[in-house]
Write a protein that binds this ligand. Structure first.
Ligand code: NG1
Ligand code: ZN
Length: 533
């Protein structure tokens, strides 16, 4: 049975602040770090229960608030294959987090054990990590109390990136099996990525050093380690690596800044020269934005949509060259935020699906293709090779040297890509591989298609729950009549497209608009926002 005395004693130390309500949303629990202690303790216990439910397989816990401001923090669980927590458990997490006091919490726990048929005699194993936020150590201590309360075998992965934690979960759970994913250490991960990368770029002209804006976050440490493994194969210049300077994290830098401001982080301007490219990570290194300055020093952004277009076209060509076009179908998954220019370009070449915001939706849709490429416009994404496709690649007998080369490239791509979750550093290597193979600079990559000018605005409303959507969040069903008014407005703009949806991570409604001309996209966004307000 549950160790009630231990749970009660420790739960009393981590009381829920009375006035707060918590919600396990698209990014787990996320709010001001100071408010999260009780949640962390409970998540520690929940992770242990999930492990017991899954026969002692290792569950991951990541403490991060990604691209959000430094005072925020958050926590999410990672399932044994390195994927997001199964959706049905999100409501269990929410129920536990909102139990008002220790008695109520123990009641909810007992109910969960009963309804989920959890065998408490099973072992429970968890691996956990945090990003560089100042609130991290105290929150991790509360999490560890949760592990202690249930008697979880917990492994501390220290301060590391979200995608590395996902990798570790998968590597631990596949250790000494035929599906082994790599050595379960940061070094194992770096070794895996860099070995595959070096094979993929062998014989290509040396790349000029690549500037990485590390958002003053945990990506700085991971990138420094990766750089050692890459050596001459890809020289890196790391900027915004101030992980201990108060207030620096994600401040006027990082992938979210680049995407939302559509400009170069000021801290980079003196480092990047005309014609050069660079990239930005977010605060936990799972989002990646590229950009370059043209020869007139004009800024151009290469976002998740551009990455998807670059990578998908490359994989399609390799599949053809390997003689596998009848066996291996490549498809794309996007969200409503994908630029209309990218959707047009991609759908002329490949099957494209649109799904609601949130990695779990993208990931699951991508699993339905033989090779599923998914990227959010904000730079979060990866490529999934189905188990059948990986077997096909391993068994296929190429009939020409060209087929053999293409096949090896595909196999190496499965190694350089973090298939558990989007990983800025792995995605960066992937982009650099394609650029090297295509002999593209930023200019040629950018010219695959032209982005429609677009504008994203936030609207604070009294109650965002009245906004309900359909058609992958592209249309509103409630408040009634609002969608018709948005349609009327949108029709007036050439290539106009606009949609409204409630944010899953902030207490706001988001309005997105695009149109042929910059001024029109801005005007449409502000007029739609006016309808919402
Ligand atoms: P919300 O707040 O639901 O729009 C944001 C991002 C998502 C996704 C999640 C999870 C935008 C417009 N939205 O979601 O794409 O990354 O955070 O972190 O960028
Ligand atoms: Zn992130």
């Amino acid at each position: 049975s549950l160790p009630i005395d231990d749970i009660r004693r420790l739960a009393d130390l981590h009381q829920k602040p009375r006035h707060l309500h918590f919600q396990y949303g698209t990014a787990g629990f996320r709010t001001i770090g100071e408010n999260l202690e009780s949640v962390m303790f409970k998540v520690g216990i929940l992770a242990g229960l999930r492990s017991k439910r899954l026969d002692g397989h290792t569950i991951g816990v990541m403490v991060t608030a990604s691209h959000n401001p430094e005072p925020d923090n958050g926590v999410k669980l990672v399932d044994p294959r390195g994927e997001m927590l199964e959706a049905s458990w999100e409501s269990h997490a929410t129920a536990l987090a909102n139990a008002a006091d220790t008695d109520a919490f123990i009641e909810v726990l007992k109910n969960l054990v009963k309804t989920l048929k959890i065998d408490l005699s099973k072992p429970s194993r968890v691996v956990y990590a945090r990003d560089t936020r100042p609130s991290g150590p105290a929150l991790v201590a509360a999490l560890e109390d949760g592990f202690t309360a249930l008697g979880v075998e917990a492994r501390n992965a220290g301060v590391t990136t979200t995608p590395i934690l996902h990798y570790l979960v998968r590597a631990i759970n596949t250790k000494s099996t035929k599906d082994t994913y790599g050595d379960d250490s940061v070094e194992g991960y770096m070794q895996k990525l860099s070995t595959a990368f070096k094979k993929l770029v062998a014989g290509k002209p040396a790349s000029p050093p690549l500037i990485i804006d590390c958002a003053n976050g945990v990506g700085a440490e991971a990138a420094a380690t990766l750089s050692k493994y890459l050596g001459e194969s890809l020289p890196l210049i790391l900027l915004n690596t101030e992980t201990t300077t108060p207030g620096a994290l994600n401040h006027a830098c990082g992938a979210d800044f680049v995407k939302t401001q559509q400009k170069i982080p000021p801290s980079l301007s003196s480092h990047i020269k005309a014609g050069q490219r660079a990239c930005s990570l977010d605060g936990d290194a799972d989002r990646l934005m590229y950009f370059y300055l043209d020869d007139r020093s004009q800024f151009h952004m290469l976002d998740g949509d551009k990455i998807a277009a670059l990578v998908a076209a490359f994989i399609v060509d390799l599949v053809k060259s390997a003689g596998l076009e009848n066996e291996v179908r490549v498809g794309i998954v996007q969200t409503a935020y994908a630029n209309g220019g990218s959707t047009k370009y991609l759908s002329e070449r490949l099957p494209v699906r649109c799904v609601p915001t949130g990695v779990k939706h993208l990931h699951h849709a991508a699993e339905r293709y033989d090779v599923g490429v998914y990227f959010e416009a904000n730079g979060h994404g990866t490529v999934l090779f189905s188990p059948e496709t990986q077997a096909t690649l391993a068994e296929h007998q190429p009939s020409t040297p060209a087929q053999s080369t293409a096949l090896n490239h595909l196999i190496n791509l499965t190694q350089v890509i973090n298939q558990t979750v989007g990983d800025a550093l792995s995605d960066m290597l992937l982009v650099e591989v394609v650029l090297a193979h295509r002999s593209y600079s930023g200019v040629e990559w950018d010219s695959l298609y032209v982005d429609l000018p677009n504008r994203l605005v936030k609207v604070v409303v009294p109650d965002r729950s009245i906004f309900k959507t359909e058609d992958a969040e592209r249309r509103l069903v409630s408040p009634s009549g609002l969608q018709a008014r948005i349609d009327d407005l949108t029709r007036k703009y050439e290539a106009g497209r606009a949609f409204v949806r409630p944010s899953g991570t902030e207490d706001v409604v988001r309005v997105y608009a695009e149109a042929r001309l910059r001024a029109q996209a801005d005007e449409l966004a502000y007029r739609v926002a006016g309808l919402v307000y």
